[in-house]
Design a protein around this ligand. Structure first.
Ligand code: 5GP
Ligand code: ZN
Length: 137
């Protein structure tokens, strides 16, 4: 529990939320300012700032839960698609610095824009990047 963290308070139930699921590790809530109808957030009860802090065991449980929630959302909302999104750092759009996974149902004509402009790359650059990332794994 981190002092002054809104998602610690929501996850532990001291601030009320529209909860669709809860167990000893996670709370799943409806986003208060949804991108689309039924936008859900999966929030671990333990505080992690972001993906760099999250341990593998919690991450595994969280993604397993995400598959169940996604299927329930598809059935209940009759959405045409669903994006899984997770932001780390201000530049990436993170506004609440307690790890959470977005499940965003998508509907024909919803005008949500999560796309980017693809850039050219060259083989030499890809090889340098491949080696640099691989070294740290
Ligand atoms: P981020 O931008 O950090 O990836 O996502 C934070 C999300 O949390 C936003 O979509 C925002 O609408 C949602 N949010 C922020 N405060 C609250 C709150 O008090 N209750 C709920 N249900 N959602 C919140
Ligand atoms: Zn927190």
């Amino acid at each position: 529990m981190k002092e002054d963290c809104i998602f610690c308070k929501i996850a532990r139930g001291s601030i009320p939320s529209a909860t669709v699921y809860e167990d000893s590790h996670f709370r799943v809530i409806l986003d208060i300012n949804p991108a689309t109808k039924g936008h859900c957030l999966i929030i671990p009860k333990e505080h992690f700032d972001n993906i760099y802090d999250l341990d593998g065991e919690t991450a595994g449980k969280l993604f397993s839960l995400a598959t169940c929630i996604a299927r329930a959302m598809k059935d209940a909302l009759k959405c045409d698609g669903l994006n899984v999104l997770q932001n780390n750092g201000q530049i990436a759009g993170q506004t609440v610095f307690h790890f959470h996974l977005h499940l965003i149902p998508r509907y024909e004509g919803d005008e949500v824009n999560l796309t980017w402009t693809p850039h050219e790359s060259d083989a030499e650059e890809l090889e340098e990047l491949r080696k640099a990332i691989r070294k740290g794994i």
